[in-house]
Design a binder for this molecule. Structure first.
Ligand code: NAD
Length: 307
């Protein structure tokens, strides 16, 4: 291949019609604001905001996520404590640990890393976390608050999606939003949060017939299915905003989203890359929720804005 050919190939790969939404940049900016808030709280109350993460078992991916969360906490001045329990722990043991953290006034946020070992019932565990410390937003009370539009702790990934749209100045009200994926953690709360912002929302899932007939209508397309290349350019309206939440590891080790980035970026007006799009925002919103929890516990005005 000649140098000229190489240049052309590289231009094709990098030329894109869409603006690439830089999640790392937006996350960094938000973390700078959070660092200031954490320092203000430390100065005023003599203690930092504090997050307890409970990890049951030794799943390698979960350990990595937990260590990333701890590092992110340190980065902005949030104290983080990781409590690790053996995979064989009983429900009673886990609930007792949660109760202890609920009672500890120095702890503002509690997070139980998911997935849990199969013998532990997720809902019974999440319902035990004190609602005012539920910084993941998975307690039924907080899920209900999200449904009625008064959420204090929006779930972190959908919250990150919303923040990216806001940071890019992308209007939400009146837009046709199509969310692909209907999980409790990503798809459903994303749909509720954007509906609360007056979007017209459609949720698609694995049983949706002819996915393209819905996605083609989207002004804002949010994809969270966990299927590489699920969304190709023919399924996307020209000028659409495409937010790719998916994280998939291909057999060659490469990490990709659910959207054919090269094809769709020629047609969309905005697109998030994977990695470097929604991912960095998820942990950042956990930090934001933890600071909100501390502000509320200390009676400070909270900067949280209900979605
Ligand atoms: P999940 O498996 O719980 O839910 C997937 C949803 O996608 C389901 O509703 C399913 O019906 C739907 N779906 C699956 N195949 C489909 C298809 N062919 N067509 C239409 N819909 C289909 O997954 P999840 O926890 O919601 O995560 C979704 C993806 O987002 C995964 O790749 C996950 O790794 C990623 N994720 C990323 C972040 C982040 O921070 N970027 C956070 C959470 C999850």
């Amino acid at each position: 291949m000649t140098t000229a050919n190489l240049n052309t190939a590289s231009e094709m790969i990098h030329s894109t019609g869409a603006k690439i939404i830089d999640g790392r940049l937006h996350a960094r900016r938000l973390r700078e604001e959070l660092r200031i808030k954490a320092a203000e709280l430390l100065a005023k109350f003599g203690a930092p905001p504090k997050l307890t993460v409970i990890l049951v078992g030794d799943d390698a991916a979960s350990r990595l996520y937990v260590s990333n969360k701890s590092k992110a906490c340190r980065d902005v001045g949030i104290e983080s404590v990781v409590i690790t329990l053996p995979a064989s722990s009983t429900l009673d043991t886990l609930l007792a640990v949660i109760e202890e953290q609920n009672r500890d006034a120095s702890v503002h946020g509690i997070l139980v890393q998911l997935p849990l070992p199969r013998h532990l019932p997720v809902h019974a565990v999440l319902e035990r976390i004190a609602v005012e410390k539920d910084v993941d937003g998975f307690h039924l009370y907080n899920v209900g608050s999200l449904a009625v539009g008064t959420a204090v702790f929006p779930p972190c990934t959908p919250y990150g999606v919303q923040k990216l749209l806001e940071a890019e100045g992308i209007p939400i009200a009146g837009q046709n939003v199509v969310v692909v994926g209907a999980s409790n953690i990503v798809g459903k709360p994303t749909a509720m949060m954007l509906m609360q912002r007056d979007a017209t929302v459609c949720i698609c899932h694995a049983k949706t017939r002819d996915l393209a007939q819905f996605t083609i209508l989207a002004d804002i397309l949010v994809v969270a299915a966990g299927r590489p290349n699920l969304i190709v350019s023919q399924m996307v309206k020209t000028g659409a905003v495409v937010i790719d939440v998916g994280i998939n590891r291909l057999p060659d080790g490469k990490i990709v989203g659910d959207v054919d980035f090269d094809g769709v970026s020629q047609k969309a007006s905005y697109i998030t890359p994977v990695p470097g799009g929604v991912g960095p925002m998820t942990v950042t919103m956990l930090l934001a929720n933890t600071i909100t929890a501390a502000q509320r516990m200390w009676g400070e005005p909270s900067h949280a804005r209900a979605p």
